[in-house]
Every structure is written in C-alpha cells, then in structure tokens.
Design a protein around this ligand. Sequence first.
Ligand SMILES: [Zn+2]
Length: 58
Amino acid sequence: MEKKYCCTNTECTKEEKEVFVKVLNQESVMDDKNVAQMFCPRCKSRLTLCEDEHETAC
Ligand SMILES: [Zn+2]
C-alpha cells in the first residue's frame, strides 16, 4: 500500500503547473510523526496526506 503526500501551497502549484506529490510505501512510513515533517522541495511548505486522488483532482 502506498501513501501520497501533496504540496497544498497554491502559489507553488500555480508556478509549476502541477502539484508536487511524494509517494511513500507503507513500509517506509514507520512513524506518522516523521512523515508529518516532510516538506516540499520547491516551496518548503509542509506536505499533507492525499486521502484520495479523485478528491484532490478537483
Ligand atoms: Zn510546493
């Protein structure tokens, strides 16, 4: 199972034309607290968990 983390910074999304998404395997997600501290390499905003691609698409 995979977990997807997205950059939700609208400024970042606008500049790059697409949302930055980081995909992690469930095995590498040992600690939710560590995951919560990932940042977008482009704008340094904190990445948030994408629950469902269909929801984030709109
Ligand atoms: Zn970003």
